[in-house]
Write a protein that binds this ligand. Sequence first.
Ligand SMILES: Cc1cc2nc3c(=O)[nH]c(=O)nc-3n(C[C@H](O)[C@H](O)[C@H](O)COP(=O)(O)OP(=O)(O)OC[C@H]3O[C@@H](n4cnc5c(N)ncnc54)[C@H](O)[C@@H]3O)c2cc1C
Length: 471
Amino acid sequence: MPAEEPEFDTGVALYERIRESLGWYPTADVDVLVVGGGIQGLALLNELTDRGYAAALLSNSPLGAGQSFDWPGTLSKGYLDPDPTVRESIEDEWLPFAEDERVPVEGGEWYVCSTDHPYQYLPDQWDEHGYEYDERGIDGLPEVYRDGSIFAKGSGEHVTAIDEYTIDREALVRALADGHEERIVVGDVTDATFTEASATDSAPALDGLTVETHQELTVEFDPDYVVAATGTGTHGFVDSLVGSGEFERAGGDAERVRESLSPVTYRNRLVLAVRGPAADLPAVSAYLPHRGMSVVARRHRYRDENYVTWYVTNESSLESVDPADATDDAKGILDPEKVEVGYNKLFDLAPSVKDRAANGADLEFYAYATLEQCVDDEVTAHHAAPLDGLANVGVALPSGAAGVWATVEETLGYVGDAVDPSGPVEEIPTGGEPPYGRLADDRPGARWLDWKALGVRYPRVQNRPDAVERN
Ligand SMILES: Cc1cc2nc3c(=O)[nH]c(=O)nc-3n(C[C@H](O)[C@H](O)[C@H](O)COP(=O)(O)OP(=O)(O)OC[C@H]3O[C@@H](n4cnc5c(N)ncnc54)[C@H](O)[C@@H]3O)c2cc1C
């Protein structure tokens, strides 16, 4: 019986180290290489493998570590912008998937709280498009908002319970990756080669990719087709391919390729998180369309107690981002002034949260900024299409989680037109044991602030001069 390969602490086998030092790089010959380890790339890998494709996935960050872990986890059905296809994608695809894969999904108390404008336009559309709702009137306003300014501006007071869900993002990413670990490589593309345009293809085709893994091993990919599910890193990824002299030498027109990404844009979004024991921070989620705000509550365990985290977003803090500045891992730019304005707005809406924090309740605050990809400036659109000017590369970009399944279907359509499945591969050289990212609010650098520290870090939160003096 052969002796087992001794391994270094990095998990890299000795033969792999030797092979690397000799420059004998292994090749992964696949039908389809998916680039991007967020929920979209993983869902695609799953489907491609199921349909018999020799498929692999390459990501340059731990799985989930982009928008997929910065998103509060809402499976938005589109209550504020009713669209039956979005509702059906949640009800007919996401919820059954979560049930089959045992991914926890939370419903609970969800409301639309709005003045007449824009509420007056919503119930008719909900009726027309099959949305469930229950109008409760002002008496149904959750206690946490009762002393606040929620209806102070504008006329009319509408409180309507809706049927909305959040999904456990960590469990989701693990469920999507389950069984595919050996097909996943985490690393960076360092080189790309192209074949020239031919009689059948009017544009050059991607021939091979060299990848340096995060374990310092090299692997060559020889894919028939590449799908970029690269989220906010899409412009960067496409540029890294077509911006090279190689592409030009193969007769490629980089501008033509870049132009085909024009529907895809990016926005910087501020997320204000608050966490505390469920007794102090109720697990109530709400869309407040007249204020351009939403509060998404997630239940979880923390310090052995039942805790809730609120993720508060505000449309007025959204900013568009130049694609050249978009980050691969969706990290955004945090503007302290916007954080101060945002928390003050939240405390106006829900003064009890501020009062409890100021009176010593165990409430903590954490603000982060993240990028999100958009398609045609819409939150429910998606972009699944081959790139123009690069024969065998396409993109798979949902602008909301609801769009993931439609994006999978459309991507399978254009990939199927180009490549036949040659049977799933069981493993990819250098693949296996992929690292998993952490939720934005759970990452090592995330600093949760108690009430006093919040005032020190963001002095204009409730104009707290005592807090400023502490600095
Ligand atoms: C704050 C926020 C709130 C949101 N709210 C909602 C909501 O309420 N409802 C809803 O449905 N959706 C919402 N979304 C959108 C949802 O989160 C995204 O649609 C979804 O997570 C996108 O997944 P993805 O896999 O396309 O992208 P990502 O999760 O960003 O994954 C992209 C992956 O590609 C990798 N990558 C990038 N460049 C490269 C490269 N060059 N080489 C290799 N790998 C690369 C990245 O490392 C990353 O792993 C929200 C998003 C955010 C940020």
